[in-house]
Design a protein around this ligand. Structure first.
Ligand code: PMV
Length: 359
């Protein structure tokens, strides 16, 4: 599909007022997206597990207004007016207006909340931007009942991507691929597609316990981070590595070979951080406790013949990934040996989920 296909071709009879509400999950990338071009298009293909419990719930009340010159909206986080969110949302509205040409006709009251603690260091942009995109597209769907479910999901992912790249992977499916790759049918740079080709049962309920090592503000915003890939000395090798890793991962997802799975997932996490450590300017986003945890995980894996592994986002927190059959053992390990490395002992138990829900 092309961008133009997401521009409504007809004028619809839009509702005067109403409300829409969606909850949308966060996701954790196995093969990482880091580096973009054009309008939020990825330099390499990525794949993620959709999460289940870490999610954003967004409700929008909309009402037609007279003047259609400007966007008009107010944002509430956990019931409190949060003006600091508004510039980012305004930018999002500007980007998506051509695909949702009715935006200036309404005043929107946007109420949003996250299931995970604010400033936990867990990125809320994937769940937040996808929930917002779904709500706005739901308004279009109210006026266009002919819109198919398939088109709705594609366009929601397309719009979410324009808010935050990784948000494209938070709409549908337990595994989602974003970025064109010859090994994945119908994959696209424009939106994420659910990957359901041949996936071993072990991955259907994979566990992700997120250890909150550093709950502070992000040291490097992802916009700055992606930009650092522009004249990065290893950029081209990194994009090739990620695309190769994606291709290697597909047969592993089918066979359930966890040793090979671990190898790719951990290499991806460390490669992402290696990019940040070797850019200009350079950053170390891991904290001493991140490294302590990684070493403990490696030790536990060896001594307990476990399949536990880790991945990282662009920050210090550690996602501990493991098959459900190891849940009890790994949670004991976390409680006994890892909690001491978490800020205020905080961690969040999550697992693979299936995507966003209208509520
Ligand atoms: O969606 P963004 O622009 O915040 O990028 C996030 C990128 C990573 O989380 C670091 C990796 C990924 O693929 O999710």
């Amino acid at each position: 599909m092309q961008e133009q296909q997401f521009i409504p071709s007809k004028k619809y009879q839009l509702p005067e007022e109403g409300h829409v509400a969606w909850e949308s999950p966060s996701n954790i990338a196995l093969v990482k997206y880091w580096g973009k071009y054009g309008e939020q298009l990825p330099k390499n293909t990525s794949i993620s597990f959709t999460l289940s419990h870490c999610k954003t719930t967004t409700k929008i009340n909309f009402k037609k207004k007279d003047a259609v010159k400007d966007f008009s909206f107010e944002v509430y986080l956990d019931g409190k007016r949060t003006e600091s969110f508004e510039p980012k949302i305004k930018k999002f509205f500007e980007r998506v207006e051509v695909y949702l040409p009715f935006l200036k006709q309404y005043h929107f009251k946007i109420e949003t909340q996250n299931s995970f603690p604010h400033s936990s260091g867990i990125a809320s942009s994937a769940s937040g931007m996808s929930a917002l995109a779904l709500c706005l597209l739901q308004l279009e769907r109210q006026a266009n009942s002919a819109m198919t479910e398939e088109f709705f999901n594609k366009k929601a992912s397309f719009l979410a991507r324009l808010g935050s790249g990784s948000a494209a992977r938070s709409i549908k499916g337990n595994l989602v691929v974003w970025g064109e790759h010859q090994a994945v049918r119908e994959s696209s740079n424009l939106y994420g597609v659910a990957y359901s080709d041949d996936v071993h049962a072990v991955f259907k309920d994979y566990q992700d316990t997120i250890l909150l090592v550093d709950r502070g503000e992000k040291q490097v915003s992802s916009t700055v981070g992606h930009d650092l890939m522009h004249d990065h000395p290893f950029a081209e090798q990194r994009f090739t590595q990620a695309n190769d890793n994606l291709e290697k991962l597909l047969p592993i997802l089918a066979s359930g070979n966890l040793e090979e799975f671990i190898h790719i997932v951990e290499q991806e996490a460390l490669s992402l951080h290696a990019m940040m450590m070797t850019s200009h300017p350079y950053f170390i986003l891991m904290k001493p406790n991140t490294l302590q945890i990684i070493n403990k995980i490696w030790e536990f894996r060896q001594t307990h013949n476990s399949k536990v592994c880790f991945t990282l986002d662009a920050g210090a927190n550690v996602h501990v990934l493991y098959p459900k059959e190891e849940k009890e053992e790994v949670l004991d390990f976390i409680k006994n040996q890892l909690v001491g490395y978490c800020q205020k002992g905080m961690y969040i138990c999550d697992e693979v989920g299936f995507g966003a829900k209208s509520i």
